[in-house]
Design a protein around this ligand. Sequence first.
Ligand code: ARG
Length: 634
Amino acid sequence: IPIERLAQQVKGMSLDALAEKYPNCHPAVNPFDLYRAHLSNVLADVTGVDPKIIYPSLQWTTSLDKGDMVLATPALRVKGQKPDELAKQWVEKFPGNDPLFEKPTVVSYFMAFVFRTTPLIQAVIPMIQHYGPEYGRNKCLGLKDPKDPSKGKKRMIVEFSSPNIAKPFHAGHLRSTIIGGFLANLYDGAGWDVKRINYLGDWGKQYGLLALAYEKYGDEEALTNDPINHLFQLYVRINSEMSAEKEQIEKRKQDGEDVTALEADSLDEQARRYFRSMTDRDPAALARWKRFRDLSITRYQATYARLNIHFDEYSGESQVPEAAMAKVSQEMEAKGICKEDKGAQIVDFSELVPGKEGKRLEKPIVRKRDGTALYLTRDISELLGRHEKYEFDHMIYVVASAQDLHLKQLFKIIELLGHKEIAAKCQHINFGLVLGMSTRKGTVKFLDDILRDVADKMHETMKKNETKYSQVENPSATADTLGISSVMVQDMSGKRINNYTFNMDAMTSFEGDTGPYLQYAHARVFSIRRKANLTDEDLATADLSLLTEPHAINIVRLIAQWPDTVQNTLRTLEPTTVLTYLFKMTHALSSSYDQLQVVGSERELMKARMALYDAAHTVLGNGMRLLGLSPVER
Ligand code: ARG
């Protein structure tokens, strides 16, 4: 483990002992943990405070000019002295010959710490060479017992994307897909056993209506070629017919006509009957519906693959067994959780949950008068079913904040059913709206349409530079990747809960903190390696003591932060935590190119600088892949 070289600089320090002493300290994979642990040991002597209080009080700085770590002295809760006085005293007492830290400085009541550069560079670059794509991951976090890997991993369910068959894949599904894919990667990198579930909207009377539409106007060839669009067109057509028919019936009714026969034969009624045959498991009806579903899934899978996403399970509303729902309903009745209201079954939370919370949870219906189950009913059974099937330790639902209430109701019902410990494992990860999303080719926003439009736009931009364009091997594939990066980076730029405006021009620009810019930065740092023509062996044996310029040192300080950034992301669960870091990196890189030339420098210096850029390239790529992007090399 290369970081051991760093530990060896400190008398009596061992990685195992540090990991043992501080909770959540993993110096073998996270250089910051080593620095934090060592600093806590030193500061314990300086301040007389318990090092276990110091360790979690050491904070990040917002930028490198403020140091690598800071301590706000009030965090140590030393009574009787002014915080800025304490800061001054402690800085004075801090040993001037510490092997890992420079003498700290005082900024009001903060102590600012800077890593000594030589040992940092000597440890971090080899560490990145050693771990490669694993640098930043910490596989022991997800272990059931960190001391005994044989006990296995904790299991995480991430439910995300969850579009509705025959309906547009709208912005909410897009965001769920992007955020969910990212969260699944994040936990995977932290060593959890992650299962990705897509809970399709694929059940209900509207699918009876769709089947009717297919009987009337379906086209076998169109269905196989483009199931998503064909089904959607049928769906739109039959719905407008149904509305027109409803209007007609209503009009005649007003005119005093007897409409009983008309109603009994209406599309609405036919759809109801068709759906009934589906719930009664009529083989022909089920087979047709299954075909629609399977064809749609095949098509979705192709789109998800473009986004580097796969699912372990395509679940969905249709997959929730009626028997399981009947059982839960009985239990809810027996426990007094639901009650009858005008023939339907409702949950009146104001009677079940005291105070404001009960009112806020409202009165959802769980069974309609005709006995059909609803969205909420299905979610209750599905959740319990998943717990039985997967025995998960944690489950995340990535669903728009428009469904905040729905998920609160769901988790509360699970709790009221007596499964407090299961409810406690469930978490809703929500997100805001995308405003102003429309495509050039029409108003329907299928994901494929959006991705195609953005890719077209990227392709146009690429063509503007003829020389560079001619060097790209497969321009349309690159345009596609850049288009996807544009959409994803724009989505991940702000906090999840914020709304944002879909802006094609802004997201596809190579200027500003955009997807194309990030890709450009990655390709550029990679291109140096191509031109330098050095081997891995050259880089592994480079004399890193030649890296002395401030630009080089700052890049190393940044790449040293990467594993800690991932740690922090496990707390925020925000893609923007990663993205902000990556843009800091790209800015540091772009300002260094003129200062730290590789090609044209003397050979040893060339090797050392290349080792630096190569490490930065690894970190950028790791970060991009964590977000679900495919880094391009040209
Ligand atoms: N299909 C739903 C929709 O489009 C989202 C499903 C969310 N997940 C859930 N378990 N309810 O609104």
